[in-house]
Design a binder for this molecule. Sequence first.
Ligand code: 3PG
Length: 391
Amino acid sequence: MKRTIRELVNLKGKVVLLRVDFNVPLDEGGKILDATRIKNELPTIRYLISKGAKVVILSHLGRPDGYDVRKSLWPISIYLSRVLPCSVSFSSTVLGEETRERIKMLKDGNVLLLENVRFYKQEEECDMKFAREIASMGDIFVNDAFGTAHRKHATTYGLGRLMPNAIGFLMEKELNNLNKILEEPKRPFVVVLGGAKVETKIKILERFVEKADTILIGGAMAYTFLKALGRDVGLSKVQDDYLEVAQNILEKAKELGKKILLPIDHVCLKGRDPHPVEVTTLKGDLVGYDIGSRTIRYFARELDKAGEIFWNGPLGMYENANFRIGTRSIAEIIAESKAHKSAGGGDTIAMINLFNLGKKFDYLSTGGGATLEYLEEGSLPAIEVIQEKIY
Ligand code: 3PG
């Protein structure tokens, strides 16, 4: 297990460089549309200020190409100053005189938020000179940016290599939860996987074929699997390059005695007709966009028996209300299940929030790509460089 902030002693007066993931959606006027990621970070910040540390927060926001006022962290400093019991200041740069001066002026137990680290191209290049300059401004590095831990960037991986370090409470919680799913899932362990692109789910499928008992596949990628089994899928979206991969995964599941369930009916459109229809066989010019009602019941039977459920990816084109029922129904069935239930992935969490079901899940991972990569690999670059806990 990695060293956590609980093991750090004598924090009073120390400059803690805290890397977080405040990559939250903002509207054109800088209004925070979903503050979940910031709220999840508050326990770590509160702990560090309660110990008298000078907390200097670093984060990225979006994928800007140089300075972009719409990606400024300034609105987040306003939010923090409203919810934290200390003074919160903001520096419009990461490096330079302004930041050094503000750190010098920072009192014990107060917070300074620095501007978006991705305004500097050196961040994503993992430029170690840039990382060294940032490291020289602090005493200790705390990485709590789980959502960005799969990125080998200057303020994630680079600072971890250069400074005495630890993980924060959010990172600790994410690792504990994901490790539990990987190492000691309750049985039967049912995984629900959706989404459009097979290539983004191959590794996780390979991993879960070994770890899970049953995998339920929906979303556009289900058509590639159905075609791999020789079924007619009409004009539904199929990734022909991945038919062999799909076949291999289906065969591996069979060898290991694991179940992979695919949709048995579909909500689709016929040609240019805008009205959706439900069919059991996709043929001719039919295009499938959602799972049908028989599939919902078929999947529900497995979910009702589950001891553990992990969900990632929409089961249909849920952005369109005509094709949302499958995803919504499965979300509700999981939410009502007695199993230990968790979900991960940016779109999946957005859907669960759209359906107002967040509170019914035991655990919602704050990561998108990071969660999937951790489940695939069992580790992430920015976590590997953190010191191990000494017992
Ligand atoms: C996320 O939202 O998944 C993280 O903040 C990482 O963002 P990135 O994909 O732009 O690196």
